[in-house]
Ligand binder design. Structure first.
Ligand code: SF4
Ligand code: SF4
Length: 321
């Protein structure tokens, strides 16, 4: 899909106005600043209190670990722990409880700020008891949502990190071992590769559905360092848009169907049909929309008439023809 409104002068089909030129220069400056940056976003990390020893691993890297009910530390890691919920975590939990994400948000989460990007996110609630157990923990049976447990719980004791290196377009993912003193699983003689552990824990659909979200967080983290377009910090509106798509999918659905969204963007009839009921498809559209609006990426095309109208309006505003 081509980008209808790239700010790169080489992408323009018509002559540039003075305003276009200024915006293009600012956009190129921003892109260069981002390309020079090394941005690291750490996701799917669950840690409690106490020091962590990070050990960097690749997919073929091996580590010793086994978690089982007979371990002396059984359930220790499900107390006073810090779990950021990803968009797909919220959808899975909502499905499990046969409810909608808004109910999960209001009953099982607490609001927080994502450390790397400053964006609003949700964390899993811990009970207001002495040891602060996770809201889903049954001390006898263990995790009561095991089949739908969040990505960070699946990954533990691994952390997932994305790093965008200087000069690289796409981020690289890597893993690291989180060694907390209370976790005795590291003392077990069960060796496995990261790839085997990931397969066993069923993280693939989580990574697949959360990829767009992580990409957006990485870009926003670079904004936090160098400033957004033209050096400005992300606005309240940016934060609201991000939260709506990543956490409150029904509000985003209303936004798509009850506003001029579908008149403004080219969305295929098949996709429109799908997003009426398919939350995961709507999530993908939401990430494409955020990338288009926030970073001018060619992920979602504006309809030609809307584009031409916007250009004419901009030209009229600066006295052009
Ligand atoms: S969701 Fe389950 S695995 Fe994760 S912290 Fe809570 S009880 Fe433990
Ligand atoms: S071995 Fe580690 S992951 Fe398993 S219950 Fe103990 S603290 Fe939790």
């Amino acid at each position: 899909m081509s980008n209808p409104r790239s700010l790169d002068p080489e992408d323009q089909t018509g002559p540039l106005t003075g305003e276009d030129q200024l915006m293009a220069e600012e956009d190129i400056k921003r892109r260069h600043a981002e390309a020079d940056m090394e941005v690291q976003i750490v996701e799917a990390v669950r840690t409690g209190s106490g020091p962590v020893q990070p050990v960097r691993l690749t997919a073929s890297g091996k580590f010793n670990f086994r978690c089982h009910k007979g371990a002396s530390c059984w359930n220790e890691c499900c107390h006073n722990t810090d779990i950021t919920l990803t968009p797909y975590d919220i959808l899975r939990l909502a499905k499990r409880f046969e409810t909608r994400p808004a109910t999960i948000i209001s009953t099982l989460t607490v609001p927080a700020e994502h450390e790397g990007s400053g964006m609003p996110v949700l964390k899993l609630k811990m009970m207001d008891e002495e040891k602060r157990p996770c809201v889903f923990l049954d001390e006898e049976k263990g995790c009561t949502v095991y089949a739908d447990r969040p990505a960070a719980c699946r990954y533990y004791p691994l952390g997932l990190a994305s790093v965008k290196m200087k000069g690289h377009e796409a981020p690289d993912d890597f893993y690291f071992l989180v060694k907390e003193p209370h976790c005795k699983g590291h003392e077990e003689e069960h060796e496995q590769t990261v790839a085997q552990f990931r397969a066993e824990q069923g993280v693939d659909p989580y990574d697949e559905h959360n990829r767009g979200w992580i990409d957006i967080l990485m870009k926003l983290a670079s904004w936090k360092t160098v400033g957004g377009p033209m050096g400005k910090a992300p606005t309240t509106q940016t934060k609201q848009m991000f939260f709506m798509v990543s956490s409150d999918i029904d509000r985003f659905r209303r936004f798509v169907f009850d506003t001029r969204f579908l008149q403004a963007y080219e969305v295929s009839p098949e996709s429109i049909e799908a997003i009426k009921t398919d939350d995961e498809a709507l999530l993908r559209l939401g990430f494409d929309w955020l990338k288009q609006v926030l970073f001018n990426e060619p992920t979602l095309a504006l309809r030609e008439e809307v584009l031409q109208g916007a250009i004419a309006k901009a030209r009229a505003a600066i006295g052009g023809t």
